[in-house]
Design a binder for this molecule. Sequence first.
Ligand code: 13P
Length: 286
Amino acid sequence: MSDMLRDAASKGYAVPCFNAINLDMVRGIIQAAEEECSPVIICHAEIHFKYTPLEKIAPILVAEMNAARVPVAVLLDHGKSFDAVLKAMQLGFNAVMFDGSEYGYEENVSKTAEIVKIAKTFDVSVEGELGYVTRPRGGGAEGEDEDSIVSDTSLYTDPEQACDFAERTGVDALAVAFGTVHGVYLKEPKLELDRLSRIRALTDVPLVMHGGSGLSRGDFEQSIQGGIAKVNYYTNMALKVAERLRVQWSGEASRIFYHDLMMASIHEFREDARQVMKMLGSSRRA
Ligand code: 13P
């Protein structure tokens, strides 16, 4: 992942990172990457273990990564516990995100630095998070926070701290908060691009945007210019594909076979992932 992101940062595009909770999603995403000739990161988030346990999906992700005709990285997304992070490394993930954003600054630094030390022995890339990318209540399947804190800029990443954090932890990528939110945007997103540029100016670690769903092509272009090299995206894909299948089958034949649903899902995941790759400029970069 580290090599992919360094290439993206130096050439002015971003690598898409999709959450995938089952084989249909993984197949759609890899097909999209192969058709677009795009590098891609596939991730599984600790918050999604309740749908698909890590041990069940890890062998699928690793096998698909190894068989793909384009560069693929497999990342643990928002690892909150040492247990999950260690398990992901042992199961063959080549990247992990340790999300220490809910801790105080010094605790986030020390825990992340410890993960980086362990990850080096596995040759695994590490993403950290500084600042807090929130999730509006009612805005996503796992809504947990109050709407009011979405625009609380005190949760955004402090540029000087980002520089200190990157140096002291040795992370390969840094997730930053500058106005994006996880889940569905309940208000028009307002990105603080100046803040992003200041972070970029003070640290050369590739920067990561979480909450990619619902942003415009212009938002992506400006964020990439501001230093974003990886974009995490899930909510739109999960909602759009389910909605398209609902419309496709409403009022249709009384019998719907699961295998038809499965093939249609893979097709829809692929088409959505392709659109994202085009917007991020990752097509033809593999
Ligand atoms: P969205 O679900 O808002 O697209 O964000 C995905 C994400 O950031 C996962 O880490």
